[in-house]
Write a protein that binds this ligand. Structure first.
Ligand code: RAT
Ligand code: ZN
Length: 426
């Protein structure tokens, strides 16, 4: 079959693979994204919203790389001002060495997408560009160039910088949605319960019925205040479920019932080993293989609850896909953190498309600095389009036909609609 055009819609058949690939690349680039996990913040959160050249260059992924490259004493690095750190990273990783690691390449893609001439290597010129940018219109420009409709923040009610913004009646920003992050509750109950007491919740160290009731009240209060889209936690590789522990009890007796009552998914991000090298601060976390069976048992125990999941270890990805095939209440998302690298994104996306068809969200950005969405989405979109084209080419080879409209539908589902549909807000 040759390409035909009906009402501005191309149809692709057995002999149209090359033309189909061009169309898929264009359509995936044109399809707006909902970025379901970031560490970006709406402007009222003030200094929590990181942006600009020095923040881009001192991203913790790059701090780990500069410490490897220079083997300088940790203290000597941390004593530097932010601008000095950025200068050092530029000099060591971009000038003295070739910046092809994914985190380095990302800085260059972001600058390029903003129209800066990276070949000039003019660090001061780049810095001036950001200093002169007016914050609110800069956010709009970045969203527009990344083709992002909105992002989901990571909102930690235990964060002393974030809390006052919610308490002062923050009303929301359509570009920034909230997600309630509850790591302290599940990973540090001995401190978290004291904070809850300070905020007027009648909790005790042991999980007596009154404490359980109060933790649930705390969760529903936060969900309502933030209008959170989901509750989330990051968990260590030894996360077990079921488990006769404080964490196990809080999941069963507080989180699962509160999530069900509010109709929200519980997002588990599993496999992070916090602080394997504390001297690196935020850059010092590691990864290990976790037990996907724990998630499987959670999904089986609560078929009426919705769960979202991403695992940090490459070795967990196949089991995770199979688990998602078994549990429609489980939704997979993103290539998290150390997996957000082209070779691994391609492998994971291919595996997910083959095992789960269109029913996943292949990527989230995890951006901590505003302009990172420019590179994270550009790099991932290219890979998603490539894998999607390969899958379509296999269908065309079998004699199936596809319309441009169907490609648009699939791209919209993968980049945005699947997430909203799973939330029940589609
Ligand atoms: O990717 C990151 O920047 C990590 O530091 C973490 O924030 C991780 O994504 C998380 O959400 O815990
Ligand atoms: Zn994150």
């Amino acid at each position: 079959m040759t390409t035909s055009t009906h009402a501005n819609t191309q149809t692709f058949g057995r002999h149209d693979a090359a033309r189909m690939r061009d169309a898929v690349a264009r359509i995936v680039a044109e399809t707006p994204v909902t970025d379901l996990h970031t560490h970006l913040y709406a402007p009222p959160f003030g200094q929590l919203l990181l942006f600009g050249l020095d923040e881009l260059l001192t991203y913790h992924y790059l701090i780990a790389e500069v410490m490897r490259a220079t083997r300088m004493p940790y203290d000597a690095y941390w004593k530097l001002s932010k601008q000095e750190q950025a200068n050092l990273i530029w000099n060591e990783l971009f000038v003295k060495r070739t910046p092809y690691s994914e985190a380095c390449r990302g800085v260059l893609t972001a600058l390029d997408k903003l129209g800066l001439d990276v070949a000039s290597r003019d660090l001061e010129g780049f810095r001036t560009y950001f200093k002169d940018a007016e914050p609110s219109s800069h956010i709009d420009r970045v969203f527009e160039r990344a083709n992002l409709t909105s992002v989901v923040m990571t909102n930690d009610p235990f964060d002393p910088l974030e809390r006052p913004v919610w308490e002062s009646g923050y009303r929301g920003d359509p570009r920034f949605h909230a997600a309630l992050r509850i790591d302290p509750l599940l990973n540090d109950w001995s401190n978290a319960h004291q904070r809850l007491q300070e905020w007027g919740y009648e909790v005790e160290p042991s999980l007596q019925p009154k404490t359980v009731q109060e933790v649930r009240r705390f969760l529903t209060d936060q969900i309502k205040r933030m209008d959170a889209l989901y509750m989330a936690v990051s968990l260590p590789p030894d996360f077990a479920y079921p488990e006769d522990s404080v964490r196990g009890k809080i999941i069963d007796q507080c989180i699962v019932p509160a999530a069900r009552e509010c109709g929200l998914p519980f997002a588990t991000m599993i496999g992070v080993k916090r602080s394997v090298n504390p001297a690196l601060k935020l850059a010092g976390d590691g990864v290990a293989k976790a037990d996907v069976g724990a998630l499987e048992r959670l999904c089986a125990a609560y078929p009426d609850n919705k769960f979202m999941a991403t695992f940090l270890s490459r070795e967990n990805q196949h089991e995770l896909c199979v688990t998602a095939r078994k549990f429609p209440n489980l939704f997979l998302f993103g290539c998290w953190w150390f997996l957000n690298n082209p070779s691994l994104i391609e492998e994971m996306t291919r595996m997910r498309f083959e095992l789960l068809g269109t029913s996943v969200v292949p990527q989230h950005s995890d951006a901590r600095v505003l302009e990172q969405v420019l590179y994270k989405w550009d790099h991932s979109r290219t890979i998603i389009a490539k894998v999607l084209s390969d899958k379509y080419a296999d269908l065309l080879a079998a004699g199936w036909t596809l319309t441009e409209e169907e490609v648009r539908r699939d791209a919209a589902q993968l980049l945005s609609e699947n997430f909203w549909g799973f939330l029940g807000r589609g």
